[in-house]
Design a protein around this ligand. Structure first.
Ligand code: MTE
Ligand code: LUZ
Ligand code: MOS
Length: 752
């Protein structure tokens, strides 16, 4: 395997925020957080803490020179609590000390008296009390209310999915380094350097040009650092500003698990109606999103839930409503799929229930309703290609679905204490930020006089392999070996006004910007070559494999010589380019438009075995056909499919965030919060990439791959669900995820 940074990672030389050597005199910060999930703040007693050794400053909201505000979509989140506290773990004060240990000791000695108010942790109860982050939203098409009468079968129910902890290997953190003239440089573990820059400038009350945010790489983000890296960077910045010294703030694992947001838990009500042939005529769904204490990214996540309410299916009559419910938990946030997985789970539950009612395989209903080329999504966009139906057919035949079913049936006939189940999971995910304005990116390309190339973009490398893809794009554009290209760190001083590296758009948007910058330089280099080689038409000149070609034939003039000639002629060897995803638009008032550049899709077949006595399950095999277009890096894409899949399986079958009655996170260590390890991974994972069919795609004909594969994991729930039904025919299991061993046992022992 040729991972682009394998040598650095294996030797422990790749630097993360906590590894960066800090300047002499760097201070360490620790956060004092709310001891109560909800209450009025009666003051902050720092008297004892101030006298402890090494303590340099204890800062509260009164020390914020600018705006005490970190909320981005809705300004409802103070950097440090003011009059009230809204969740356990909410930052109340910042202790800055000479050492990390001194800072933490002093933070523990700060007393925070709070007059408690009744907390709310349940989304439905919050909704009943009118505690919404913003008014509920509805996406609709057709006439659901009249459609029920035409249905041969109508079933309804409830479906719930739990929170999910990101477990990025690198915890949240930042280092803030004051510079001359009231400037500040930040190393931040963020997916959104510009958001950190904007918020820090606001907190300090200075123009954005005084703040530089740099990110070399993240030890994983998964959405957890799209918005929630910002407060920690803001706190480090505040500490540095007030002390005039560099300040480092890095959370410990347990702090991170307690204080930061997770994937939003959803509780949903559904009703689905079908005709006698299993065609879905109507679908109605109400999503209760547990937003936690503040808005954070909840409005955008809720919107994507509505966009993906019908996933990969054509449904003529739809009404999807969603409420973002304010509770006293740490604000929940982006997590791979961004509200899409929660929506897709509910529809699969509805299909499973309808299938049971009709005596059909769920896959029969799935197949009959799969979105075909030209059919419309409820938001008015058309399915641009047959990729989804081709994925289905390819999966069915390549993996021989009938044979898989036969083997499971034979196994079930032969075994009493173990049962197998099979599920198929189609996924269709829209690629673009649903908020159109975010679909822009920039790149800065420098060709150095020795012919080596540096590329800076807005993209953050977090293990997803976007940096090696950008390197390929730059090399292909310039006609040189990728070895000549280096992808630089992400810095707001080199590329500004960037969007978060999120929504799976990193390679597409930053790749196009890189391509445009490269093409601008190439156009100048062609002119230089034309002059040197006395060629009349510069358009006949190309560069391939590091050699100048005229009309496709090598001209005996190398890339390095050409670059030298351009420099000698005083021709610019640098370019900046901006890319805005073309055509996309969405009208929030009518709920219609073309919000996505294209859809990424695929189909997974999941096989599971349940141990009927112990309730344990195994995901035996997952066989995927995935549409990655013309993959720029098939090995990276395979890694994304496998990693996303396993993360989805974890969410559906074993990862469970539990809370204490106080609202504290009970599962705040990796011994109590179980993430899938190699043993939990399916014995067999087959990934086949669909043959591209010329449909709309992203950079170099490739399709975004970051998020969609997570949703194949939903198939694990329904494969286990099918196995439970094989053990207890007629059991109507609850659609509550994760389907943990406890829940499997409960379903198996329920009186029928
Ligand atoms: N893969 C790794 N290894 N680490 C990550 O943090 N984040 C995921 C996905 N794959 C992530 C990952 C998420 S949530 C997104 S949105 C995309 O990568 C972001 O990267 P891209 O847009 O460059 O694909
Ligand atoms: N972030 C965002 C996202 O702000 N808008 C989106 O549509 C989105 N989608 C996926 C992941 N992050
Ligand atoms: Mo990913 S949830 O868009 O960071």
């Amino acid at each position: 395997m040729n991972h682009h940074e394998a040598v650095l990672h294996v030797r422990g030389e790749a630097r993360f925020v906590d590894d960066e050597p800090t300047p002499a005199g760097t201070l360490h910060a620790a956060v004092v957080t709310s001891p109560t999930a909800h209450g009025r703040l009666l003051g902050i007693d720092a008297g004892e803490a101030e006298r402890l050794p090494g303590v340099r400053a204890i800062l509260t909201c009164r020390d914020v020179p600018g705006k005490n505000q970190v909320g981005t979509i809705i300004p409802d989140e103070p950097l440090l609590a003011e009059a009230a506290v809204h969740y356990l773990g909410q930052p109340v004060a910042l202790v800055v000390a000479d050492s990390d240990a001194q800072a933490r000791r002093a933070a523990r000695a700060v007393h925070v008296p709070v007059e408690p108010l009744p907390p709310e942790f349940d989304a439905r109860a919050a909704n009943a009390r009118g505690e919404l982050i913003f008014p509920q939203r509805t996406f609709a098409r057709g006439d659901v209310d009249s459609a029920w009468a035409a249905c041969a079968v109508v079933v309804a129910g409830r479906a719930e999915t739990g929170a999910q902890e990101h477990v990025y290997l690198e915890t949240q953190g930042a280092v803030a380094i004051p510079g001359e003239g009231g400037t500040l440089r930040l190393l931040s573990a963020t997916q959104a350097p510009t958001a950190v820059q904007r918020v820090v400038a606001g907190v300090l009350g200075v123009p954005m040009h005084r703040v530089e945010v740099e990110v070399r790489r993240l030890g994983g983000g998964f959405g957890g650092k799209e918005d929630q890296a910002t407060p920690w960077a803001g706190l480090a910045a505040l500490g540095a500003w007030c002390t005039g010294r560099p300040v480092k703030l890095v959370l410990r694992r347990q702090e991170d698990m307690r204080w930061t947001g997770k994937r939003h838990p959803y509780s949903s009500d559904f009703r689905i109606g079908l005709d006698r042939d299993g065609r879905i005529l109507a679908y109605e769904v109400f999503f209760y999103q547990n937003a936690g204490a503040t808005a954070d990214l909840s409005p955008a996540i809720l919107e994507r839930t509505l966009f993906h309410a019908t996933n990969a299916y054509f449904i003529p009559h739809v009404r999807a409503t969603a409420a973002s419910c304010r509770t006293n938990l740490p604000s929940n946030t982006a997590f791979r799929g961004f509200g899409g997985p929660q929506a897709m789970f509910v529809l699969e539950a509805a299909i499973a229930r309808a299938a049971a009612e009709m005596g059909l395989e769920p896959a029969e209903i799935q197949r009959r309703n799969l979105l075909r080329e030209g059919e419309e999504f409820p938001y008015g966009m058309r399915m641009a290609s047959s990729a989804l139906t081709r994925c289905w057919t390819e999966a069915e035949t390549r993996y021989d679905l009938p044979a898989i079913r036969r083997r499971a049936a034979e196994f079930n006939d032969a075994h009493r204490l173990e049962k197998q189940g099979v599920a198929v999971m189609p996924v269709c995910f829209g690629i673009s930020f649903t908020n159109t304005v975010l679909n822009q990116a920039g790149a800065l390309v420098h060709v150095h006089t020795d012919g080596s190339v540096s590329v800076s973009t807005g993209a953050v490398e977090m293990g997803q392999g976007t940096a090696p893809k950008l390197r390929q794009v730059a090399a292909a554009t310039l006609g040189i070996d990728p070895e000549r290209v280096r992808i630089d760190s992400t810095s707001t001083s080199r590329v500004a006004s960037t969007s978060p590296t999120a929504a799976s758009t990193g390679p597409d948007m930053n790749g196009h910007a890189t391509r445009l910058a490269g093409e601008a330089i190439l156009a100048r280099l062609r002119e230089v070559a034309a002059r040197r080689l006395a060629v009349a038409d510069a358009a006949t000149i190309g560069i391939r494999a590091g050699q100048v070609h005229v009309l496709g034939r090598p001209a005996g003039f190398s890339w390095a010589e050409l670059v030298g000639a351009a420099y000698a002629e005083r021709v610019s060897l640098s370019a900046h380019a901006h890319y805005a995803t073309p055509r996309i638009h969405f009208d929030k008032a009518t709920g219609r438009g073309e919000p996505f550049a294209y859809h990424a899709c695929g189909v997974a077949i999941v096989e599971a075995t349940v141990d009927v006595l112990r309730g344990e399950c195994r995901i035996d095999a997952v066989r995927v056909v995935h549409d990655a277009g013309h993959s720029i890096d098939p090995l990276v894409d395979r890694g994304q499919v496998e990693g996303g899949l396993l993360q989805g399986i974890g969410w559906m079958t074993m990862e469970e965030v539990l809370h204490l009655p106080s609202g504290g996170v009970a599962t705040d260590t990796l011994t109590t919060y179980k993430v899938p390890d190699l043993y939990a991974a399916p014995d067999e994972v087959e990934v086949h990439f669909l043959e591209p069919g010329g449909e709309p795609a992203g950079i170099m004909g490739a399709k975004a791959v970051g998020e969609p594969p997570l949703m194949y994991g939903i198939g694990a729930f329904f494969a286990v669900h099918a196995a439970i039904r094989a053990a207890r025919p007629g059991t109507d299991t609850h659609f509550v995820a994760p389907l943990s061993a406890e829940r499997i046992l409960a379903a198996l022992s329920e009186p029928s």
